[in-house]
Design a protein around this ligand. Structure first.
Ligand code: GRF
Length: 203
């Protein structure tokens, strides 16, 4: 069976990109990374793509006249590479409604909280401040509203007494690295679909 072609969009460290690279290295995994795009020249994740022999491109938002032009460049690069599913992995630009509509149900994101709790930034600090006893991460389809959209999979992580933001972030990140490849697998195997803005399982 043909493997689903992924485009991974990053802005920085790229540890979730690495988790996807590692998953795709298994011959039985049903997806492969066709292209990595970074909007930041200095993103450490670019070296991860290079080490794995995966094509990458820098498409810097700063080099474009506006969001529409930037997103057209992203879209063109993804299409040229034959990408079928776009995975946001620490991509720090909000994508506009046109791009999101064009890639509807073929565009996913990983977020370091149990959505709908704590959308946006500083999720771990906010979870600790709120006294949450459970934290975690979410993979979801992207909609125009940031950190909203049908939830594909979530993983819970216990908050421990005395946790710092750093401790919690590290524990959630480990869960992210397991969850993202699992969610991509479900999509690649055609096992989930969106019904009335919720994810339903086909089996
Ligand atoms: C992750 O915590 C992810 O959930 C969030 O941004 C961070 C990216 O980390 N969207 P990395 O670049 O994948 O290491």
């Amino acid at each position: 069976m043909a493997r689903l072609k992924l485009g991974v969009l990053i802005s920085g460290r790229g540890s979730n990109l690495q988790a996807l690279i590692d998953a795709c290295a298994a011959p039985a995994y049903p997806a492969e990374i066709a292209l990595v795009i970074s909007n930041e020249t200095a993103a450490a994740g670019l070296a991860r793509a290079a080490r794995a022999g995966i094509p990458s491109r820098i498409i810097a938002h700063r080099d474009h006249a506006g969001r529409a032009e930037f997103e057209q460049a992203l879209d063109a690069a993804l299409r040229d590479a034959g990408v079928e599913l776009v995975c946001l992995a620490g991509f720090m630009r909000v994508l506009g409604p046109d791009f999101v509509a064009r890639w509807r149900d073929r565009l996913i994101n990983i977020h370091p909280s149990l959505l709908p709790a704590f959308p946006g930034l500083d999720t771990h600090r906010r979870a600790l401040e709120a006294g949450a006893t459970v934290a975690g991460c979410t993979v979801h389809f992207v909609r125009a509203k940031v950190d909203a959209g049908p939830i594909i999979r979530q993983a819970e992580v216990q908050v421990r007494a005395g946790d710092t933001e750093h401790d919690l972030a590290a524990r959630v990140l480990e869960a992210e690295h397991r969850l993202y490849p699992e969610a991509v697998r479900l999509i690649a195997e055609g096992r989930i679909h969106v019904v009335n803005e919720k994810v339903a399982s086909r089996d």
